[in-house]
Write a protein that binds this ligand. Structure first.
Ligand SMILES: *Cc1c(COP(=O)(O)O)cnc(C)c1O
Length: 950
């Protein structure tokens, strides 16, 4: 293989500044070398002793060859296992132009709605699709997976139910992993679960809610109307876990009386991916919309009165409500929700119904053939799943099935078989052969459908024009292109979001994700079919251990917040194993990310806030006092390091020691690991457990708000308390699963793995050093314009810095919003706003931005400071300044009247911006309050689109 020239090694391509630029930037910040800068930034007491020994970095060609070799060890069988995971056909036009398109996958969560109109529209389509299919009023823009959505539904039911019981009923026919995820959550909150047959074992008076699988996991399609009515008479809540494809044919949950519906949209075009990522959904009755977890896209208006989209209600609810937040969900599954919605746009209601009818027809045909062969089908009603009584013949049939490359679901004395849109006649014939018969499809009588007539769907769905307009490839291609053009993603400009680490997601890293050997595996396929995955997981875990100094890693949590939840469950499990049930206090510094207190609350811990000092550091005296005060009950400290204030505080070792001295465990939020890889290891300086956000430090792209992966690393004593999974341990692990799939969103792990192989240990360390250099460079360049809030005693920041325009509000009236929106006119996504300090901007450039882009950003910030100075000098009031009217749109160029105090040119083309490559925000500044007051969360009627495009 051709070796890389030094100029084209991957690390050189990943790291933005060239060696010459690095020298120039070091001169600006006043350091003699990268090593000198790091020595001034990172406390010597926590520096890692030896460099990461990952061997030679691989070239891109070599790494793809390596991944091909790993992929070839995964065997793609036809999985008929069902349980919420199905074969599906992702339309190629969507695969290439959406899933494989950086304009979609590198976008950030749409907190800046003006530059996110495209994905917000796609998410609104998703919400509309879910409302229509479920027959409920309001749907959110995705949850992590069906299991966690069910657990969230239980928690929502508990919040809104009038019945004061602390028990939740679970239909015995829910998917086994859903059951396990619900039980993990219930146990931690002190709620009990009752598993049984709803017809005979549900006593509505005794529960705050119940969940039913529709159709059931083993296939039956049951009418739960009476159970729902009984729940309602007792003030309890009815939750349906419903298959969206089946809902095209079945009476929707809303019409059966359900209060909440959840489920997975995986089979709408999203590959199984050995467990994920896929978008789960949640829909609720109107009465519960304000209690719903997750993000909700809504329609509002912009400054010109045109309709525009933005996140509604609980946009950053964890940051505001913290431990009182309705859930800890932050990163969700936006990219996958967008794919599922586009699958519905592609097929339309007739297409989806045709697919569902075909699946139902083939299942009926399969049943007829199996009966012909003398087998009894356990469920008389069915959509796509049969449970076939096989008794002692199970092994024999399974073995013959494997020879036909078929995976069945193993049940007690039965086999489960689930069909999907990929099932062909030859698959049906192969199934019959496995069952010992040589039937041809043409020899089997066309049977009646297995769907009960009483549950036939009569209501319409997907009537909105968006699900009818784009039926040709040309039109759909252009629709997706139009939406992505409205958005500002990493493929256009730096996204300097503090704490979010928006770095390069290299193409080579992304390639294996859509290979069938990674995409087409069912998460419960026999382990020997996933040997490639297993090999990659083991090596990835070993490398993450080496990076963090931990002894073991769990790849199960599918977001950072889920990692926090899993880590706290591990701490809780550890304390309980030692008889310390009473250790339930969790100390959390005021600067913590909002998911920290929300996660602590989810495991039944009581949050005690620790103050920060004027320098932004954890106030060690206050920590000591609180640890002493709660000593007997102390469970944990959750601390982010380096802190969200952007500094490596010197006292981190002491902080860990104080907590340990009082019997507590240290949860170190590792979302900021991009400042540490190769330089310091949490496991070495006192932490017991951390989550790592692979979608930050390890290059999984943000996808517009997900997917992500939040694996946790633990010290040896916590290893027994890592999340288990019934598929792997039969439900015997001390701590149950936190995600539906044993290895979370497995199919995106190749991204992080490839990144590590491409960078090698040396490259990873260099990336960290340059991330720190870039942040210090920005701090240096901006400090004359805006105060930099926190620095260490050498004047250094870590990988991010907070600039503070608050004093300018007094002198000019400018708000942090004005600065953020004006940055759009300059072609930038705003930094993180108002977290962790209200009214400030937190800037994280990452190592991937070169000096040119950093300078362009700094120049824009400095120019904005000059515009603020003009307001201060009285040139115009803030309300009439270009800052307040930002962002400017093409409408501003053409409106006849221009009563503003500044010129159109000053508004639209501020200093230093290009005429040719200008990014135009499609809407003016959006009115958030209006949208929350007039909540509309599904696609508005067409007239509104017409008025918006005027
Ligand atoms: C991003 C982040 C989280 C949450 O991660 P998600 O994947 O969005 O759930 C937690 N803590 C910190 C400090 C973060 O930056």
């Amino acid at each position: 293989m051709r070796p890389d020239s030094p100029a084209t090694t991957f690390a050189r391509r990943h790291i933005g500044p060239s060696p010459r630029e690095i020298d120039a930037m070091l001169a600006t910040v006043g350091a003699t070398s990268l090593e000198d800068l790091i020595a001034q930034t990172v406390p010597g007491t926590i520096r890692q002793k030896s460099p990461l020994a990952f061997g030679e970095a691989l070239s891109e060609t070599a790494v793809i060859a390596r991944m091909r070799e790993i992929a070839s060890k995964n065997q793609v069988f036809t999985s008929l296992i069902g349980t919420g995971y199905h074969g599906t056909l992702l339309p190629y036009v969507i695969q290439r132009n959406l899933l494989e398109n950086p304009a979609w996958y590198t976008a950030y969560t749409p907190y800046q709605p003006e530059i996110s109109q495209g994905r917000l529209e796609a998410l609104l389509n998703f919400q509309t699709m879910i409302c229509d299919l479920t027959g409920l009023d309001v749907a959110n823009a995705s949850l992590l997976d069906e299991g966690t959505a069910a657990a969230e539904a239980m928690a929502l039911a508990q919040r809104v139910a009038k019945n004061p019981s602390t028990s939740f009923f679970i239909d015995q026919d829910v998917h086994p992993q859903t059951l396990a995820v619900i039980e993990t959550r219930a146990e931690a909150l002190g709620w009990s679960t009752i598993v049984g047959n709803p017809a005979t074992e549900l006593h509505a008076a005794d529960v705050f809610g119940a969940i039913f699988q529709y159709p059931g996991s083993e296939g039956a399609v049951v009418d739960y109307r009476d159970a729902v009515a009984a729940l309602h008479t007792k003030g309890a809540i009815a939750v349906f876990a419903a298959d969206p494809l089946a809902l095209t044919l079945l009476t929707p949950p809303g019409e059966l009386g359900a209060d909440i519906a959840i489920g997975s949209t995986q089979r709408f075009g999203v590959p199984m991916g050995y467990g994920g990522p896929h978008a789960a959904y949640m829909a609720v009755k109107d009465a519960h919309k304000r209690s719903m977890p997750g993000r909700l896209v809504g329609v509002s208006i912009d400054a010109k009165g045109n309709s525009a989209y933005r996140l509604a209600l609980q946009t950053r609810e964890q940051h505001i409500r913290r431990e009182k937040a309705t859930s800890n969900i932050c990163t969700a599954q936006v990219l996958l929700a967008v794919i599922a919605s586009m699958y519905a746009v592609y097929h339309g209601p007739e297409g989806l119904k045709w697919i569902a009818l075909e699946v139902a027809r083939k299942t009926a045909l399969l049943a007829a053939g199996l009966r012909k062969l003398g087998f009894e089908i356990g469920n008389t009603s069915f959509f796509d799943t049969l449970s076939v009584a096989v008794g002692a013949r199970q092994n024999e049939i399974v073995t013959r099935g494997l020879a036909e490359k078929l995976n069945f679901r193993l049940l007690d004395g039965k086999l489960g078989i689930t069909l999907d849109e990929t099932t062909t006649d030859s698959v049906l014939e192969a199934i019959w052969r496995a069952f010992g018969g040589n039937l041809r499809v043409s020899e089997v009588e066309a049977p009646a459908s297995g769907l009960p007539a009483a549950l036939a769907r009569t209501s319409e769905y997907l009537t909105h024009p968006v699900f009818h307009r784009y039926r040709t490839e040309t039109e759909l291609l252009r629709y997706m292109r139009k939406l992505s053009d409205r958005d500002l993603a990493l493929d256009r400009a730096m996204i300097p979001l503090g704490s979010c680490t928006m770095k390069l997601n290299a193409t080579a890293e992304m390639m294996p994700v859509t290979w069938p050997e990674f995409g087409s595996l069912h998460p419960f396929a026999p382990l020997d079919q996933a040997a490639g995955y297993t090999e990659m997981f083991e090596d990835l875990k070993a490398k993450l251990c080496a990076v963090t100094g931990y002894d073991a890693v769990s790849l199960q949590p599918n977001s950072g917040a889920q990692g926090e939840y899993a880590g706290l469950l591990a701490i809780r499990g550890y304390h309980r194993s030692r008889g310390d049930q009473h250790r339930t206090v969790c100390l959390i510094p005021a600067s913590a990310h909002g998911t920290n207190p929300a996660s602590a609350h989810m495991v039944g811990m009581e949050v005690v806030v620790v103050a920060c000092d004027a320098g932004g550091n954890v106030d060690v005296a206050d920590l000591r006092a609180k640890a002493e005060q709660h000593s007997a009950k102390l469970a944990a400290l959750m601390v982010t390091y380096p802190s969200t204030h952007g500094v490596f505080e010197e006292s981190i070792r002491e902080i860990c020691e104080i907590v340990h001295a009082h019997g507590g465990q240290v949860y170190l939020d590792g979302a900021n690991l991009n400042a540490q890889v190769g330089i310091s290891r949490p496991g070495d300086y006192g932490a017991d457990v951390s989550h790592l956000n692979l979608h930050k430090t390890f290059c999984i792209p943000h996808g517009g708000g997900g997917p992500g992966m939040g694996p946790i690393g633990v010290k040896a004593h916590l290893t027994p308390f890592l999340p288990g999974h019934p598929f792997l341990d039969g439900g015997q692990a001390p701590v149950g699963p936190v995600s539906a799939a044993p290895f979370g969103s497995s199919s995106i792990l190749p991204i992080s793995y490839v990144y590590i192989l491409l960078m090698g240990g040396e490259g990873l360390q260099k990336a960290t050093e340059v991330a720190i250099l870039n942040a210090n460079y920005i701090a240096s360049r901006l400090s004359d314009s805006f105060p930099v809030l926190y620095r260490n005693h050498n004047g250094r920041v870590a990988h991010e810095c907070i600039v503070d325009p608050r004093s300018l509000k007094n002198s000019s009236g400018v708000t942090v919003d004005d600065i953020a929106k004006r940055l759009i006119d300059y072609g930038f996504h705003a930094p993180t706003m108002s977290f962790p300090v209200a009214g400030t901007l937190m800037i994280e450039p990452t190592e991937s931005e070169g000096k040119g882009e950093l300078d362009r950003f700094c120049d824009a910030m400095i120019a904005i400071r000059r515009e603020i100075a003009e307001v201060e000098a009285g040139k115009w009031p803030i309300a009439e300044s270009p800052l307040r009217f930002a962002p400017h749109t093409v409408h501003d160029l053409v409106v006849a009247e221009w009563p503003r105090k500044y010129s159109r040119e000053e508004g639209c083309f501020p200093e230093g911006t290009a005429r040719v490559d200008k990014y135009w925000s499609p809407v003016s500044r959006i009115d958030n309050v209006y949208g929350d007051r007039n909540l509309v969360c599904s696609c508005p009627p067409l007239e509104e689109y017409a008025s918006a495009s005027k």
